[in-house]
Design a protein around this ligand. Sequence first.
Ligand code: PLZ
Length: 457
Amino acid sequence: MSESVANFVSPSGGPELPQVRRLVTAIPGPRSLEMFARREAAVARGVSTTLPVFVTAAGGGVLVDVDGNSLIDMGSGIAVVSVGNSAPHVVSAVTEQVAAFTHTCFMVTPYEGYVAVCEKLNSLTPGDFPKKSALFNSGAEAVENAVKIARAHTGRSAVVVFDHAYHGRTNLTMALTAKSMPYKHSFGPFAPEIYRMPMAYPFRWPSGPANCGPEAAALATSHMTTQIGVNNIAAVLIEPIQGEGGFVVPGEGFLPALAEFCAENGIVFIADEIQTGFARTGEMFASSYEGVTPDLVTTAKGIAGGLPLSAVTGRADIMDAAHVGGLGGTYGGNPVACAAALGAIRTIEELDLVGRARHIESLMMPRLRAMAAKFDCIGDVRGRGAMLAVELVKPDGVEPDASSTVAVAKACHAAGVVVLTAGTFGNVLRFLPPLVIPDELLIEALDVLEDAFASVS
Ligand code: PLZ
């Protein structure tokens, strides 16, 4: 373990959780099962559970449950606690803020934290031009507001999205999301004026990964021109690496071609960096990998170390298109969440978590590639930084293998490693460790994963 990470995980005054995998009961244990029975009686079934282990403490790279088990966290609560759970700067900033005041509503009587978070976002996001930001609560809410702003700016209504996209669970963001089950099924009717284009998905591109980026871009721009009409398009909205859709890294050239097409045609290019943002991919924002400068960026998740906060950031003239009073919400940019964000961003900068994400990639990628060579069911290994995945397929082809994916995930869970699945076909295992996880735990998680593949193959 590097010294900075060791110090970080056990700070003076912070939670000192031993960075170990330790199982003292079956997973889930008896107390978790008891609580899960209560949960089933009290909580609506529509809210699902990946692993019914009830957590009492978490930090660094571990989750500790009510039965005393210590599990390795390879999910970060879906890419949220990149700085680790209860990161010291987050805890101290939140504690101070919660004691001073908890809420005034920024639209009624403002406070500095909100402005400071916007200043940080304006300087950290890609693009060397005047920017402004607005703060909200959830990722879906940020996406909704980015679309509102783009429509106000352009006076146009159409929004272009892509196959395998995920943008949220509200009515507009369900419409923007590709996958029906479980996100949209039985919940329509959906918002109009949403148009879906083919995604540059290298592993599944008919003529092969090498042609994927340019060919997909040509298709998308031709469809936009002929089927929608460029003068009707307010925004093109895309995740620079798709998250729920299966960690699809777009074929090279796809994002730059889309951004260029948008710039030529007065279309607002929106990067949904909700899952990819804040150091996760080994850049502060994943758009930077291909030098793409979005007009607007949506952020959430990793922004605030676990507190609910989201944002839209972008070109000042576009952000100012919405009339006074047109944007807002009771809780958007809540002072406690803003304090958490300032603590989280400080942590990312002080611990060089961008570099740490690249280190995680360098540690995990060779192991995942070696597993792909060993196990026939792994068809593809992909991702960037600490946002990595393997796609499982039936032997000798690309037919998705969801049942093996679930089996490998379950074997990892039983062994005390929290992994998540993803993908339109449910056949992607994804890895999103906290960026402060000690190397030893990562290596142990990979050992467990390899055993899980061996047991399922
Ligand atoms: N945009 C790119 O990844 C959230 C969803 C989990 P909210 N992804 C996790 C689930 O099953 O609900 C996400 C995302 C991207 C938007 C969102 C939405 O963010 O904070 O969940 O609303």
